[in-house]
Each structure stands twice: as structure tokens, then as C-alpha cells.
Design a protein around this ligand. Structure first.
Ligand code: AMP
Length: 138
């Protein structure tokens, strides 16, 4: 399986389609999922191409996981979360829909179930939540 640079996250990286950005460094970008399964649902991706964990380099995985940890801790504080679910899918049969490596960060609150996939969120609400997370990233 090869990398297709027309995938939607590659377009977000190139600025061809909009995103609500939470955090970025030289190697990674975190932006909000616009179909949030939990308040604060966001995605961390490498800025360089790879489909998923199966073809990622160790350097890509290392930098992405460092950002996952940074954003997850910021979401814990900024959203007063009780826990964080991290999800990652590989290839279609593994549940992957967008073929640029990404880790889902899903802030969790006691007793609150994840929403079903595919439900569009309110963009103003998502922007406010993104600001709360971003304000706790050092
Ligand atoms: P998956 O490939 O199954 O891990 O999921 C891809 C994720 O990307 C889903 O959670 C979608 O809601 C999310 N998604 C799809 N398009 C966009 C977009 N334009 N901006 C932000 N998130 C998106």
C-alpha cells in the first residue's frame, strides 16, 4: 500500500482545507476532529507522509507520541477530564478511513459514553474547546 498525497489530512497539512489547530511543532500537528466522539476529540499526525503505524518510521512514531502525550495532558487539565482514550487504526479492515497516520485523543468524563462516529460537531463549540486544550500546552 502506498501513500496517497490527496488524502484529507495531507490537504489539511498543505492548508488546502481548513482545520482547527490545537498544537504543532516541527514534526507534528494536532487539530480537532470535526465529527467529535467526545468533547475535545482531536487528532495528532506527523507532518511527513506515512499511511499508518505499519509504514511509519521510528522517528515519526516517536515525535507523534510525544505530541499525543503533550496534548492528552493538556486536555486532562483544560477540560477537567477524568481520563483519555487513545485510538489508532491501520488499513481499512482495521478501521482506518483516512490514510495518513493519526492518533485519536478522546478526553473522557466519568459515566459519559463516546458518541457514535460520523456526527458533525458545532464548529464554534469545537473552537472554544480547542482553545481550552491549547492554553494548557507549555
Ligand atoms: P479513522 O481513519 O477511522 O481513524 O478516522 C478518521 C477520522 O478523521 C474520523 O474520526 C473523522 O471524524 C475525522 N475527519 C474526517 N475528516 C476530517 C476533517 N476534515 N477534519 C477533521 N477531522 C476529520
Amino acid at each position: 500500500m502506498s501513500y496517497d498525497d490527496q488524502n484529507i489530512f495531507a490537504k489539511i497539512l498543505r492548508g488546502e482545507i481548513p482545520s482547527i489547530r490545537v498544537y504543532e511543532d516541527d514534526d507534528t500537528l494536532c487539530f480537532m476532529d470535526i465529527f467529535p466522539r467526545a468533547d475535545g476529540h482531536c487528532l495528532v499526525i506527523p507532518k511527513t507522509p506515512c499511511r499508518n503505524v505499519l509504514d511509519a518510521s521510528e522517528a515519526q512514531l516517536t515525535s507523534v507520541m510525544a505530541s499525543v502525550k503533550k496534548v492528552a495532558n493538556a486536555a486532562m487539565v483544560g477540560l477537567s477530564a477524568d481520563g483519555i482514550t487513545i485510538q489508532q487504526f491501520n488499513e481499512g479492515p482495521g478501521g482506518q478511513e483516512v490514510f495518513h497516520l493519526h492518533f485519536h485523543i478522546l478526553p473522557r468524563h466519568e459515566g459519559v459514553a463516546l458518541r457514535p462516529p460520523g456526527q458533525a460537531g458545532d464548529m464554534d463549540a469545537i473552537k472554544k474547546i480547542a482553545e481550552k486544550i491549547a492554553s494548557h500546552i507549555g
